[in-house]
Design a protein around this ligand. Structure first.
Ligand code: SF4
Length: 443
């Protein structure tokens, strides 16, 4: 079980010497319990205590990285069973499957599509993550040719799916430096697969008939020197897949089975309901998801679902405060003030674009709170508006001195006028009414 702050405190030297950068040992204990500092930050811990604290404060689901370069991604590092307890940290990688029975041109078309596909939502780029190359032929040469075809198009993270060590080795000979996930070690060949993972510095997926056997295999692989493991819980039954993934997360989080404290791999293709398996994988607890090429509708839905689940509910998505242009605004263009909650920004921007009015948007820092909340919480204030006008040099952009504020900020209008010297127009509460408002009020 994870130690609580007071349990940790009992193990500390209690010198209150501040050498760790914290004012007291108790503060250090509290930060250590929440993962904000490391045991090594205190120079006075003996080896035994450091080991105890290290084991108990390490994330219960180990972090594993796939790929190298810009498109590489990490999974794991999760600390809760349910998203509402805190947040989920690393969204699952969606890997599109190609087989070594496909001709190289067809493989490359799939890879190019995964490389180039992009969905922009609330200002964030949502992408598919990589390619799973599957040895359907059982031939080392065919596998190597398929991996080469992938490599020729893009440096995307890969899963090399071949359980015959000789076939796996042929694929790794082509892309071992790119840190693919090796899939998969089993009870029969784990020594050879571990040797390949160690040789190429790659993470390793492991597969066993049940969770007890999987925990045993995990121990055997770590004893062989492979610490970056991924647990394959693929099953033809959606029910079994979900049950097992939930049990693994539960046992990992409570640290009742540390050998299962690794990210989960789900190949959705053998499942009778592959689309449902993908959705369940995103919701409950897949970290690497393999799927056949998806339709545009399916992948949009999946990327949006993943973004929603892996957005921290305690931290609204924010955009950077500043001055933003809609169209080509000149010195007579209106200046509309709003907050840096992304949804507010993009909603207003969309309606302004639709209205065809070239304008400036002055986005102020309310820590991602909406207009209504930031007014109620005192985050949106006349001094913030004054400072933002100055910081973003708005008086240099326009000849007039008129600021349009959101309808929900109406109680601040007088104070903003007094503090800034600008005339304030109170805009509509609903951004959908902005075109009509500008037509009537902005001359
Ligand atoms: S360095 Fe160690 S002993 Fe000193 S205050 Fe920090 S936790 Fe306490």
């Amino acid at each position: 079980m994870a130690l609580k702050a007071l349990d940790i405190y009992k193990l500390l030297p209690k010198k209150n010497c501040k050498e760790c950068g914290e004012p007291t040992c108790l503060t250090f204990a509290m930060k250590l319990a929440s993962g904000k500092v490391k045991p090594e930050d205190c120079p006075y811990l003996d080896e035994n205590v450091r080991e105890i604290l290290g084991a108990s404060t390490r994330p219960p689901v180990q972090r594993v990285k796939l790929g190298v370069g810009e498109r590489s991604f990490a999974v794991g590092d999760e600390i809760v069973q349910f998203r509402h307890e805190k947040t989920f940290f690393h969204e699952p990688g969606i890997m599109t499957a190609v087989s070594d029975l496909m001709d190289p041109d067809s493989i490359q078309a799939v890879v190019a599509d995964v490389r180039d596909h992009l969905l922009v939502r609330i200002g964030l780029d949502l992408r598919l993550n990589g390619i799973a190359v599957w040895s359907a032929s059982g031939s080392p040469d065919a596998f190597a040719t398929a991996v080469e075809a992938v490599e020729a198009v893009a440096e995307l993270p890969e899963v090399l799916m071949a359980e015959d060590p000789a076939v796996q080795e042929a694929g790794l000979a082509v892309c071992g430096n790119y840190r693919p996930l090796i899939h998969a070690a089993t009870g029969d060949q784990y020594r050879e697969m571990c040797a390949l993972a160690v040789k190429h510095g790659c993470p390793l997926a492991i597969r066993a008939p049940d969770l007890d056997a999987l925990a045993g295999l995990s121990g055997l692989c770590t004893a062989e020197g492979v610490s970056h493991l991924v647990l394959d819980l693929t099953s033809p039954s959606l029910h079994d897949m979900l049950n097992q993934a939930t049990a693994v997360r539960q046992q990992a989080i409570t640290r009742t089975a540390p050998a299962l404290g690794y990210p989960v791999f789900l190949d959705t293709r053998p499942c009778g309901l592959p689309d449902a398996a993908l959705i369940c994988g995103v919701l409950k607890y897949g970290s690497v998801l393999v799927a056949d090429p998806l339709s545009e509708a399916s992948r949009k839905a999946l990327l949006v679902l993943r973004q929603n689940i892996y957005t921290d509910p305690q931290k609204p998505i924010q955009i950077t405060p500043g001055i933003y242009r809609v169209g080509s605004p000149g010195p007579d263009a209106p200046v509309l003030l709003t907050v840096n909650f992304s949804l507010t920004y993009f909603t207003l921007q969309g309606y302004l674009e639709a209205s065809g009015t070239d304008s400036f948007m002055l986005i102020v820092d309310t820590e991602g709170l909406s207009v209504l909340t930031s007014v109620a919480a005192g985050k949106l204030s006349e001094t913030l508006v004054r400072d933002s006008l100055k910081e973003f040099a708005v008086p240099d952009l326009v000849k007039h001195r008129t600021l349009i504020i959101p309808g929900y900020a109406a109680p601040l209008s007088g104070k903003i006028e007094d503090e800034t010297g600008w005339k304030v127009l109170v805009g509509p509460r609903d951004a959908a009414d902005i075109a009509e408002f500008l037509e009537k009020e902005w001359t």
